[in-house]
Ligand binder design. Structure first.
Ligand code: GLA
Length: 388
């Protein structure tokens, strides 16, 4: 199991002992419970930060270099603060921290050289926001080590979203970065993505557990398909705005959609957005009343809408959700994150967890010839300094 001690030993092995003190941080992944493909449409989402995430260690150096190393993946990348910083595809994962470094410098924060080591237990490319975890972690570590102790977390989230949009080139919404920055132990976050007003809602599941199911199908197409969905929503909004004074697609009514959207694809995309945003409110009300079964039923409805109207599920996600819904103890399941592969989630009676996992593993293998992975993660705080 990875923890701070793993990182301490690995840091000395990677960079040697001595010099400035080392500081240790943790940044969570996130799971979205309901409200998918809603953040960039100005509605409500309901995510939570996970105890699975990325650890980071950082120590100042005496020169102008920032050395980026990960225990999980190559290559080691060195950034010279006095030279131009550009996206360079062979740098792979390190483009995320590079984007943060560039953006911090561009925003006028002077940075000192440092050695950084990352190591995580968050599978990447699985819809659990490993990229947001890495972006927020890097920004938080660099600001802390350079003397900025009072980081405004909502502003940090916006800053990291900008790096993902502009430096990485994925036109994502604010949900992931906000959750990673603002997460609270044992609570999910009801977030209004238009205003960034939010409320922590205790995520108490009685006799159920939240199971994350990894299809182990990478989300290869996700970036281009993601941007395509965004643009379809923008088109749908523009058509409705010719008739109705709305400022985002979540404000449309089902009647607006049926009346004004003649294009079948745009109509289905908009229908998902409006029904999903409504489901978030209903689901949170049910959860607050302790109606876990009602909440779970809405999760399943969300998946159906993402499959039929929004078309972001795909064979593997549908296979794992369908299998889960017939497995022992399961009361609801859906894909989570951008879709096109990655992870799904299920609410499962805790007493039947073992039978559930075994039934889903067998059924999913038979349907896809792939192995599923399962995680029963806790709900964690947002990015934090652990030690140093
Ligand atoms: C990705 C994006 C988020 C959000 C989800 C879908 O995780 O980064 O902004 O749009 O997909 O809900």
């Amino acid at each position: 199991m990875i923890n701070v001690d793993t990182l301490k030993t690995a840091f000395i092995q990677a960079y040697g002992a001595g010099g400035h003190p080392v500081q240790y941080f943790f940044s969570p992944g996130r799971v979205n419970l309901i409200g998918e493909h809603i953040d960039y449409n100005g509605g409500y989402v309901f995510p939570a930060a996970l105890t699975l995430g990325i650890y980071g260690a950082i120590r100042l150096r005496e020169d102008s270099l920032i050395v980026l190393k990960s225990l999980n993946t190559a290559p080691l990348v060195t950034v010279d603060l006095n030279k131009l910083i550009e996206q360079y595809s062979p740098d792979g994962w390190a483009n995320y921290p590079k984007g943060i470094i560039k953006q911090l410098l561009d925003s006028g924060l002077p940075l000192k050289g440092c050695d950084i080591l990352f190591c995580g237990n968050l599978p990447d490319g699985t819809g659990l926001s490993s990229s947001a975890a890495l972006l927020v972690l890097t920004a938080f570590m660099l600001r802390t080590v350079n003397g900025d102790d009072h980081v405004d977390r909502a502003e940090l989230a916006r800053f990291c979203q900008k790096v993902e949009n502009q430096f990485i080139g994925v036109n994502c919404g604010i949900m992931d970065q906000f959750t990673v920055a603002m997460g609270k132990e044992n609570c999910a976050i009801l977030l209004d993505c238009e205003t960034l007003r939010y409320k922590y809602i205790p995520f108490a599941l009685d006799d159920c557990s939240l199971v994350i199911m990894n299809t182990n199908k990478k989300r290869e197409l996700s970036d281009s398909k993601y941007n395509e969905r965004r643009s379809e929503c923008e088109q749908a909004l523009a058509v409705i705005q010719r008739h109705s004074r709305i400022t985002n697609l979540c404000q449309a009514t089902l009647a607006d959609i049926e009346t004004y959207l003649t294009d079948n694809v745009l109509r289905r995309r908009a229908r998902h957005v409006v029904t999903e945003n409504n489901r978030v409110h209903t689901a949170v009300n049910l959860l607050e009343k302790g109606d876990i079964a009602g909440f779970a039923e809405l999760m399943t409805q969300s998946h159906t809408s993402l499959k039929n109207d929004y078309e972001v599920t795909g064979y593997e996600l549908d296979a794992i959700v369908d299998t889960a819904l017939t497995a022992p103890g399961c009361i609801g399941a859906r894909m989570t994150g951008a879709g096109f592969g990655g992870c799904a989630i299920a609410l499962v009676k805790t007493a039947q967890l073992a039978e559930f996992k075994s039934a889903v593993a067998t059924g999913y293998r038979a349907g896809t010839r792939r192995e599923a992975d399962f995680y029963v993660a806790g709900i964690a705080n947002g990015v934090s300094l652990l030690e140093g």
